[in-house]
Ligand binder design. Structure first.
Ligand code: UT7
Length: 318
């Protein structure tokens, strides 16, 4: 039986940093409030002209290098993003062109903050089905482009960045199970209303009912964690690491508590990356792989909740 295994990880953050002190100058907020309510101290912001596919390219090159592969080895390119460079072509196709490899399928996955988990699940299916040996899975965002910096209710959260993994066919799992869900009934709680077919306005920004989203995120993640453990018949204590979507430190702490995990077993990057939506899990994974915390053989749980609503989890043996 063939499984999908992480053969390399990579991450990239744009150079410019937006601190809480910078936000204090833009909107009625304080560093103290932001740190206490979100755990965020700074976030990275793409330079003018720097696009999602540019960030994705840097993360992808690092992941390919870590996997010891060349872009020509890829059988598929998936980009999870909610901030594509343009309406079309997909950011995955633009990334493919930047990597200089034509031919293999390339497409975007739009599941907002859960996009990376959705993309891992998709890649896993193609590898287990025998259609692909190496799939590049990227989460990349330039959320600063859809952030309303006059709205203190959510502008303090978002950051830009990209993370990538290469999933490769292997005899041992790898991706053990993935669990995906969505419920489209809550659009007004978290959305960018502008769209191609609904309106002709294309410069809209993120709107969010923060408190309501927060409650749903905590409750839903609670359930997806149970679902994942029960499906695999494993105990909480068997997990080595939680690599959560980095939405808010309080949401992360709630999931860690549910799993009876010490925060030492949780990869936290929200303090320096902010919430980078689809990019947050692969960025966090890459940080912990490169600093030596996550090692081959470790059992990790990733989970995410985001606009849609969408949510999902993946249990992965590194
Ligand atoms: O990633 C995908 C999904 N997204 C999430 O999971 C994000 C979920 N939501 C959150 O992370 C949090 O709800 C926020 C960080 C957005 C907001 O934190 P909160 O603790 O839920 O605050 P709140 O909206 O309940 O507001 C509490 C108070 C209010 O003042 P009053 O009405 O109590 O006087 C707000 O007006 O804090 C005020 N407030 C702020 N004060 C200073 C809201 N935003 C700010 C701010 N600075 N930036």
């Amino acid at each position: 039986m063939t499984h999908a295994r992480v053969s390399g990880t990579g991450g990239y953050l744009p150079e410019a940093i937006l601190t809480n002190a910078d936000l204090e100058r833009l909107v009625d907020t304080t560093d103290e409030w932001i740190v206490e309510r979100t755990g965020i101290r700074m976030r990275h912001v793409a330079a003018p002209g720097e696009t999602t596919s540019d960030l994705a390219l840097q993360a992808s090159l690092r992941a390919l290098d870590a996997a010891g592969l060349h872009a020509h080895d890829l059988d598929m390119i998936l980009v999870a993003t909610t901030t594509p460079d343009q309406i079309f072509p997909s950011t995955a196709c633009l990334l493919q062109a930047k990597l200089g490899v034509g031919g293999c399928p390339a497409f975007d996955i739009q599941a907002v903050c859960s996009g990376f988990v959705y993309a891992v699940a998709t890649a896993d299916q193609f590898i287990r089905g025998g259609q692909c040996r190496h799939v590049l899975v990227v989460g990349a965002e330039t959320l600063s482009r859809i952030t309303d910096y006059s709205d203190r209710g959510n502008s303090i959260l978002w950051g830009d960045g990209a993370g990538a993994v290469v999933l490769s066919a292997a005899k041992e799992p790898g991706v053990i199970s993935t669990h995906l869900h969505a419920d489209g009934a809550h659009r007004s709680l978290l959305e960018v209303p502008a769209g191609v077919s609904r309106t002709d306005v294309t410069d809209d920004k993120i709107r969010m009912e923060g408190r309501a989203v927060f409650k749903m995120a905590v409750n839903t993640l609670d359930q997806i964690v149970d679902e994942t453990l029960a499906h695999n018949g494993i105990a909480k204590s068997e997990l080595d690491w939680l690599v959560p979507h980095q939405a808010n430190i309080r949401i992360i702490q709630a999931t860690a508590k549910k799993l009876a995990m010490s925060m030492d077993q949780v990869v936290v990057t929200v303090d320096t990356h902010g919430n980078t939506s689809a990019a947050s899990i692969p960025l966090a994974l890459d940080v912990a792989v490169r600093d030596g915390r996550i090692r081959a053989g470790d059992l990790i749980l990733t989970e995410a909740f985001g606009g849609g609503f969408t949510w999902g989890a993946a249990l992965i043996r590194m």
